[in-house]
Design a protein around this ligand. Structure first.
Ligand code: DGP
Length: 114
């Protein structure tokens, strides 16, 4: 757990969140500022600051995060499609320095993003 990391505090249940899925390595919860009818954050419990700091030893959890996002999309009824995205660094628009995948769906999403 990283000191002062808001997502580590959610993992530790020190800060409440609307949790939709949890296992040994992964937590998924609803984004506090939803940008779509379904907006879920899927995160590793381990503190990895961003995708660019992930290591080869994180390969299993990286795969598990994507599979969890796909399973959640199915459970949430996103049969028409959805987007899974991770913002990385300043130019990527990353605000919270704990790796997270946004699962967005429930409306038609535009491309490219701003
Ligand atoms: P990003 O810009 O990719 O780092 O997205 C961070 C997201 O995290 C943003 O959409 C808002 C969300 N968020 C920030 N703080 C909290 C929180 O305390 N609880 C929840 N549920 N979401 C949060």
């Amino acid at each position: 757990m990283a000191q002062d990391c808001i997502f580590c505090k959610i993992v530790a249940k020190e800060i409440p969140a609307d949790i939709v899925m949890e296992d040994e390595h992964i937590l998924a919860f609803r984004d506090i500022h939803p940008e779509a009818p379904t907006h879920i954050l899927v995160i590793p419990k381990k503190h990895i600051p961003s995708l660019s700091q992930a290591e080869l030893t994180d390969m299993d959890v990286l795969g598990a995060l994507q599979l969890a996002a796909a399973k959640l999309a199915e459970e949430q009824g996103l049969a028409r499609g959805y987007r899974v995205v991770t913002n990385c660094g300043d130019d990527g628009g990353q605000a919270v320095p704990h790796l997270h995948y946004h699962l967005l769906g429930g409306r038609s999403l535009t491309w490219p993003p701003g």
